[in-house]
Write a protein that binds this ligand. Structure first.
Ligand SMILES: *[C@@H]1O[C@H](CO)[C@@H](O)[C@H](O)[C@H]1NC(C)=O
Ligand SMILES: *[C@@H]1O[C@H](CO)[C@@H](O)[C@H](O)[C@H]1NC(C)=O
Ligand SMILES: *[C@@H]1O[C@H](CO)[C@@H](O)[C@H](O)[C@H]1NC(C)=O
Ligand SMILES: *[C@@H]1O[C@H](CO)[C@@H](O)[C@H](O)[C@H]1NC(C)=O
Ligand SMILES: *[C@@H]1O[C@H](CO)[C@@H](O)[C@H](O)[C@H]1NC(C)=O
Ligand SMILES: *[C@@H]1O[C@H](CO)[C@@H](O)[C@H](O)[C@H]1NC(C)=O
Ligand SMILES: *[C@@H]1O[C@H](CO)[C@@H](O)[C@H](O)[C@H]1NC(C)=O
Ligand SMILES: *[C@@H]1O[C@H](CO)[C@@H](O)[C@H](O)[C@H]1NC(C)=O
Ligand SMILES: *[C@@H]1O[C@H](CO)[C@@H](O)[C@H](O)[C@H]1NC(C)=O
Ligand SMILES: *[C@@H]1O[C@H](CO)[C@@H](O)[C@H](O)[C@H]1NC(C)=O
Length: 564
């Protein structure tokens, strides 16, 4: 028996044993059992949160951030719901899942890949999905990947069916399908909204789990993995109207870079089709594709996005409070992410559907209980009242809690949560991995989280990768969400400390490979001078040597971003 040694890291023992000339790492669990996981996914949430320095009022998430590690430089692999979720839930990138649109199921297209919740389920956890964790519909085989990923069928709030219904009141008393839709909840169908129902259901499950009830066949002694996917701030901006009063319109500021950059290639532009579809925006007769959006609506959209974020924050606060009251908080890892970002009028763009950092960058908070104190509120809440949620809760400012500026990608989440929970670590995928059910195209963030390895950040990845498909060079009506069969171009982008670089290339969906010799456009942003990505310098002579290097880096791919 070789000599084994262990160190206590967070709540688990990290152990090493010499094996084949190397130290092999594994984890030992404490006797009291493995931690639960609460995985919070917020639809279309960019880091527009108090804890990220935004004026948006998010006291509950800010409180969680103080007790978490907050990543400032986390990026989604594609700024669209289904591809991003398929990617982070399997820890494979879009060219491996082959999910680029809203309709493709990775098990049919990329391979029979094990998902994050599936791995927990197969390791003895009770796993449950509530709301939008996987993208619903054909993208998850109409079942949210049940029974592979979940112990019980996924829960969907009954009121999601009104998403495209005419439920928004206009001043003349008629009802419409609007983008801007603050509502009197009591006047809505069924008298509620999806995220309120979602929080109610999560609270009910948390209470049942802590009291040992087994109504969902969950054994009380099993640790749980609860995936909780909030629907807002995704469009339409339908939320309890009280939240709008947090943001008087005269306090809302325009984006400082609201103009369309002259140097932006047509192929890089997204046309915010999901906004134009709504009656209130359609009535503006915006010119296609470039608009512009009238200033009045630019401000209204920002105001309503902020209010929708505060609404989700309040719902998350209710769930975290229930967790704390249940006494499960001491043994529950909490992870909060946005599935991708959103443009709020910057560059004359709204919505996601692009490779701008605004569309790819997301909030990422990781809370590991024994490392960080768990007390979400000074004030205990039993039932939800708007006033309770926002009174007596000082807004937290940026800089509170532990912060990591390391380059991280959403594909990193899966191996990270696995390591935090002490399950057998997931190994890195080889270059062709369609036949391999379990592997990762990310990197566990454990070294960045562990208190014992403070220097890890300086040795971390030096770039992140994202991509976005297009049907054509010129903006068309399917530019934002091209179906697989219509994809002709792939925009690959990498972020480094000093640059964001993108190439828009001819793309063959049969092989999921770009044609590196067929370059439709390039983008280069010199982030030291232009952190807002307002000025594409790809054509400027003094940048040609850098472009040569970055082209090489793009072709070498994500593996080359890893430290040697
Ligand atoms: C896919 O993986 C699941 C879980 O391991 C397994 O039950 C199923 O048989 C596999 N399907 C195929 C087609 O290989
Ligand atoms: C998916 O969920 C949305 C609500 O977010 C709903 O409007 C839609 O009908 C669902 N689609 C399918 C195919 O279940
Ligand atoms: C997807 O659903 C269909 C219809 O229910 C079923 O026949 C098929 O086996 C499912 N796919 C997988 C991979 O389980
Ligand atoms: C919690 O238990 C109650 C009582 O058995 C049950 O009605 C409810 O559906 C359970 N909640 C969940 C989310 O399973
Ligand atoms: C609960 O268990 C019973 C008996 O084992 C089974 O028939 C039922 O389908 C299960 N319910 C769920 C929601 O999995
Ligand atoms: C948009 O076009 C319609 C039909 O042409 C017209 O009735 C309406 O006044 C226009 N609205 C604006 C804001 O220009
Ligand atoms: C999009 O444009 C194509 C051709 O330009 C047309 O055939 C199609 O009907 C349009 N689709 C929508 C939803 O407008
Ligand atoms: C992809 O495959 C389809 C069906 O086999 C074929 O029709 C199409 O031409 C192929 N596309 C390319 C770019 O090779
Ligand atoms: C390009 O890469 C080479 C080799 O790695 C390096 O020596 C050179 O400084 C880089 N040039 C620029 C402009 O970044
Ligand atoms: C990142 O680091 C690797 C390994 O040290 C190096 O080969 C690569 O050129 C770097 N990439 C960028 C984009 O700086």
């Amino acid at each position: 028996m070789p000599q084994m040694f262990c160190q206590v890291a967070i709540h688990i023992c990290e152990c090493f044993v010499p094996y084949a000339g190397k130290l092999r790492r594994f984890f030992l669990h404490p006797a009291e059992g493995r931690p639960n996981v609460l995985f919070l996914v917020v639809d279309d949430l960019r880091p527009e949160l108090g804890c990220y320095g935004s004026p948006v009022i998010t006291p509950n998430i800010d409180q969680l951030a103080i007790q978490s590690i907050r990543f400032t430089n986390a990026h989604a692999q594609q700024a669209l719901c289904a591809p991003s979720r398929a990617s982070f839930l399997t820890s494979r990138r879009p060219d491996t899942t082959k999910v680029y649109d809203l309709d493709t199921y990775w098990r049919n297209a990329g391979g029979n890949f094990t998902t994050l919740p599936q791995y927990f389920k197969e390791n003895g956890y009770f796993t449950a999905s509530m709301g939008k964790v996987f993208h619903n519909g054909t993208a998850s085989n109409e079942t949210d990947d049940y029974p592979y990923s979940w112990s019980v069928p996924a829960y969907h709030p009954s009121t999601t069916k009104y998403k495209r219904k005419k439920v928004c009141l206009s001043p003349d008393g008629t009802r419409h399908e609007y983008l801007l839709c603050p509502v009197d909840v009591s006047q809505q169908p069924e008298g509620t909204l999806p995220d309120i129902q979602l929080a109610d259901n999560a609270i009910s499950m948390i209470r049942n789990m802590s009291s040992g009830l087994k109504s969902t066949n969950a054994s009380s002694h099993l640790p749980f993995f609860l995936g909780l996917g909030f629907y807002k701030p995704h469009v339409p901006f339908k939320f309890p109207k009280e939240f709008l009063s947090l943001y008087p319109i005269e306090t809302i500021k325009m984006a400082t870079n609201k103009n369309l950059p002259a140097s932006l290639p047509d192929v890089a532009f997204e046309t915010y089709s999901s906004l134009r579809e709504r009656e209130d925006i359609a009535a503006l007769n915006l010119s296609f594709p470039y608009g512009p959006m009238p200033d009045k609506y630019h401000l209204l959209i920002r105001q309503h996005y902020y209010a929708a974020v505060s609404y989700v924050d309040a719902m998350i606060g209710r769930v975290l409070n229930a967790l704390e009251q249940s006494s499960l908080a001491d043994n529950t890892i909490i992870v909060l992410i946005g599935d991708h970002g959103w443009q709020l009028g910057e560059h004359s763009e709204f919505a996601k559907f692009s490779n701008y950092a605004l569309a790819t960058r997301v909030p990422l908070l990781i809370h590991v209980p024994p490392l960080l104190k768990t007390s979400f509120y000074q004030k205990k809440l039993t039932t939800f009242h708007f006033q309770d949620v926002f009174q007596n809760m000082p807004q937290q400012t940026e800089g509170s809690g532990k912060v990591s500026n390391a380059f991280v990608e959403l594909v990193d989440i899966f191996p990270t949560i696995v390591d935090l929970a002490g399950l057998p670590s997931v190994s890195e995928c080889p270059s062709v991995s369609h036949e391999i059910q379990l592997c990762t195209e990310g990197t566990s963030l454990l070294p960045l989280i562990k208190p014992v390895s403070a220097g890890a950040e300086s040795m971390w990845k030096n770039c992140t990768f994202s991509q976005y498909p297009r049907p054509d060079i010129q903006p068309k009506n399917n530019t934002d969400v091209p179906k697989l069969k219509d994809i002709r171009i792939m925009g690959y982008t990498l972020q480094t400390k000093y640059y964001r670089f993108a190439e828009w290339l001819g793309f063959d969906t049969n092989t999921s490979k770009p044609d590196w010799s067929n370059v439709y456009a390039r983008e280069l942003y010199d982030l030291e001078k232009d952190v807002e990505e307002n000025n594409n310098v790809a054509d400027e002579p003094q940048y040609q040597l850098i472009i040569k290097n970055l082209t090489k880096a793009l072709q070498k791919g994500w593996r080359n971003c890893k430290p040697l």
